[in-house]
Design a protein around this ligand. Structure first.
Ligand code: GLU
Length: 293
């Protein structure tokens, strides 16, 4: 079923920006706590790539999962980026203000038969590489049952080249799933290049399946290196110790922290101290493109 005009209209500006070919990037943190150094390293990489390309860099706040949002986190994210000298274009874009957009696409997908309700619990699916198709035949029903609503999954053909399985686009708790919201936003905002952490590479097959269902082309994707703590574990936002504040309290200034983050990206040697703009100029002069070494 072709995408109806009123939905395409919602993407019109984004599709035009993309067709013009100018680089448009974004940084899309979830406001679930203070950014840790891994998040900030990814922000630096994303900013560097956009600025080196002379492009636009947007700040999108992925705040749809309201119970996980932390008070003050949106302000703290902006404050950290400012402090590091990573300037974004325009106002921050809050996903929580764009629910209407996601809902229109969701209801078209549902009406066109692309979705099915699913009542499998997380426990039932634990350990499976991908969704086994349990509720695909439609038996799950869409209303309340045992005081629970179903989630809604996108029917992804078995021959799908990405092999993502059937992707959840609306969760059982009623929230629009990240996989759907992020794809609609990349399209509506005309994003040409998504730069994010390596941990999100696993989201790629599902997102490619969503692009296909919406009959749109995906942007380019780049997944940057993660930072680990001293014990080699992935950093977590739950541990306040991994953020910027403790370093600022120790007296480190922005050039010291930019140097630290840039060394994690392999752009400079250990101990380098330089502002974000100096780093940008330095890489540009040397003809090095961030993330493409
Ligand atoms: N909001 C997501 C996160 O913080 C990232 C989204 C993305 O960059 O695609 O994990």
């Amino acid at each position: 079923m072709p995408v109806p005009d009123h939905l395409l209209l919602e993407l019109e500006r984004g599709l035009r920006w993309r067709a013009e070919g100018m680089y448009r990037g974004r940084y899309a943190p979830s406001p679930t706590g203070a950014l840790h150094l891994g998040n900030l390293q990814t922000a630096l990489l994303s900013w560097l790539q956009a600025r080196q390309a002379g492009g636009v860099w947007l700040l999108r706040i992925d705040d749809l999962d309201t119970p996980r949002n932390r008070p003050g986190a949106v302000e703290a994210i902006q404050d950290d980026l400012h402090w590091l000298g990573l300037d974004w274009d325009g106002e921050p874009i809050l996903q929580s203000r764009r629910r209407g957009l996601y809902a229109s696409w969701l209801s078209w997908l549902r009406r066109s038969g692309a979705l099915f309700p699913c009542r499998c619990s997380r426990r039932e699916l634990a350990g499976l590489a991908r969704y086994p198709g349990t509720c695909r035949d439609g038996g799950a029903g869409w209303g309340w049952r045992d005081r629970r609503l179903p989630s809604w999954r996108l029917r992804v053909p078995g021959r799908d080249p990405d092999g993502s399985g059937d992707v959840v686009v609306r969760r059982a708790d009623g929230f629009i799933a990240y996989q759907l919201a992020t794809v609609i936003d990349e399209l509506a905002l005309g994003i040409t290049d998504v730069v994010r952490g390596e941990d999100l590479r696993e989201a790629l097959p599902a997102q490619r399946s969503v692009y296909r269902a919406l009959q749109q082309q995906p942007p380019r994707f780049h997944h940057g290196p993660l930072r680990c703590d001293a014990e080699g574990r992935k950093l977590s936002k739950r541990e306040a110790s991994s953020g910027l504040m403790p370093l600022r309290e120790l007296g480190l200034d922005a050039p010291a922290v930019v140097g630290l983050l840039a060394s994690g990206l392999g752009c400079v040697g250990p101990g380098a101290q330089l502002s974000a703009i100096e780093l940008l100029d330095d890489l540009t002069q040397k003809g090095i493109r961030a993330g493409h070494s």
